[in-house]
Design a protein around this ligand. Structure first.
Ligand code: GDP
Length: 459
């Protein structure tokens, strides 16, 4: 029998309700020990998956801890495929902590981060890519990214991977037959046929890989850096974007307070603007962190928005910025266009050839719409239909696909250079295994631990 784990599954803070969950062999017994219903003697009398009203009572001294609703869910039709109990307490830190404390005193242990979902995986309810989708749904920044993850949770990625793996398996079966019965001729397969099938598989893998850049952006946000000398209009721009769009502010755990990531939902594209605190204080990012680190930031960025002030002569800082963005894809804003221009736009165009330049007067709201359009154009350059397509959002999946792609390339090389069939089969088998690790077939305990440790406690 599995040990029982428990955790607070809602986020900590003031709220209407807070939910504490128990999963494992003893969960219903533990529920019985601490729950007193009005008429019921035991939880089971309330019926599977039915909410029951009552109180959580400390069995040691009879003290009432909270007024709750409780439900038990019998295996196997539960999230973890184990017996589960959910207790709906009053929200707020104290009631949920006290209820959790009682549960832990009465036979459960505190769940590790992601342990509920890990059990769902280990008990076969979800495959690994589906389990990973759960964390992505929790973290999704926009409707679109949530949709992509939901798609993955429903098993669309798993099905596609399974289909490709089946095709590889069929090839391997043909090869085996050719090796075992070289003279029969029926099951035999020619090198040409092998090459054709391999190329189809290679294409299938490539199609998935091709979605991964935008997939990462959907999941993690378009890493955006706004550059500009002091007073050029950075915070005004930020405020203008935030005013028009939904913003999600997150603090990154484990970092100092002054790095704040702010997400803005631009029509489904999560724009992640790093270091907004620095921008807000109208400090110059370059001055504050130095040119070298600013360069690093720019190297990591998916999008650079460089702002220049047309009402002033180009200053040394402007030239620094031109230097830093180099040939990176950026959007250049020529701001304060409501004021008389002090310089020749052609001059900047010559220094920054090929850049998108937008005339803005952020203070009057001019050009902000064009900026957002430009961002959307950049993102949608490859036409991505989020609703229907399978999109690779997870770096681990991308790594596995890359490995599988290389295996398939090596397989095709082998076929072309007439290698013996059993050598070709080795590449096919590697490819099959590397794809299998996406759905979690034959995956090591260490990898599992790493994946699930990313989850929050209670999920
Ligand atoms: P930051 O230091 O780059 O963050 O610049 P701010 O956004 O704080 O703007 C500095 C000053 O420029 C403020 O007084 C803004 O009102 C002003 N400003 C920003 N954009 C424009 C604009 O398009 N036209 C004019 N005339 N003033 C602007």
């Amino acid at each position: 029998m599995s040990d029982s784990i428990a955790a607070i599954s809602t986020s900590m803070g003031e709220a209407g309700i807070g939910i504490v969950r128990i999963s494992g062999g003893n969960s219903i017994e533990i529920g019985n020990l601490i729950f007193k219903g009005k008429k019921l003697k035991t939880l089971r009398e309330s019926g599977n998956r039915r909410l029951t009203y009552g109180h959580i009572v400390d069995p040691d001294d009879g003290e009432v801890v909270d007024e709750v609703l409780i439900a038990f869910m019998e295996k196997p039709y539960t999230y973890t495929r184990e017996d589960m109990v959910e207790i709906y307490c009053h929200g707020g830190i104290i009631p949920v902590r006290r209820v959790l404390g009682l549960i832990l005193d009465n036979g459960a242990r505190l769940a590790e981060p992601g342990e509920f979902t890990k059990r769902a995986f280990l008990n076969g309810r979800l495959d690994l890519s589906q389990a990973e989708a759960v964390i992505d749904i929790i973290r999704a920044k926009t409707d679109k990214s949530s949709k992509v993850s939901l798609n993955q949770l429903e098993g669309n990625l798993s099905r596609e991977i399974r289909r490709i793996r089946d095709d590889i398996l069929k090839m391997m079966a043909h090869i085996e037959a050719s090796i075992d019965f070289p003279d029969e001729g029926i099951e035999g397969i020619t090198h040409e046929e092998l090459e054709a099938s391999s190329r189809i598989i290679l294409e299938d893998i490539k199609r998935l890989l091709d979605t991964s850049d935008r997939g990462r952006i959907l999941r993690d946000g378009l890493n955006t850096v706004i550059l500009g000398k002091p007073n050029v209009g950075k915070s005004s721009l930020l405020n203008a974007i935030l005013r028009e769009n939904r913003a999600i502010v997150t603090d990154i755990p484990g970092t100092t307070r002054d790095i704040i990531e702010e997400y803005v939902d631009i029509d489904g594209i999560p724009l992640k603007i790093v270091d907004t605190a620095g921008i807000r204080e109208t400090e110059d990012i370059i001055e504050r962190i130095g040119v070298d680190r600013a360069k690093d930031r720019v190297d990591e960025a998916d999008l650079i928005i460089a702002i220049f002030d047309v009402s002033q002569d180009l200053a040394e800082e402007d030239y620094n910025i031109i230097d830093i963005i180099g040939d990176r894809e950026s959007i250049v804003l020529l701001n304060k266009s409501d004021l008389p221009s002090r310089w020749d736009r052609e001059d900047l165009s010559r220094r920054l050839p090929g850049y998108r330049m937008i005339d803005t007067s952020i203070i009057e709201g001019e050009g902000v719409y064009e900026l957002e359009q430009a961002i959307k154009d950049m993102f949608h350059a490859g036409e991505l239909k989020v609703e229907s397509d399978i999109i690779i959002t997870n770096m681990r999946h991308k790594d596995q696909l890359n490995k599988a792609y290389r295996d398939m390339e090596s397989c095709i090389d082998g076929i072309i250079s007439n290698m013996p069939l059993d050598c070709i089969e080795v590449d096919l088998k590697n490819c099959w295994e590397n794809l299998g690790k996406i759905s979690g077939d034959a995956i090591g305990e260490d990898v599992l631990d790493r994946i699930f440790s990313e989850f929050c406690i209670g999920k």
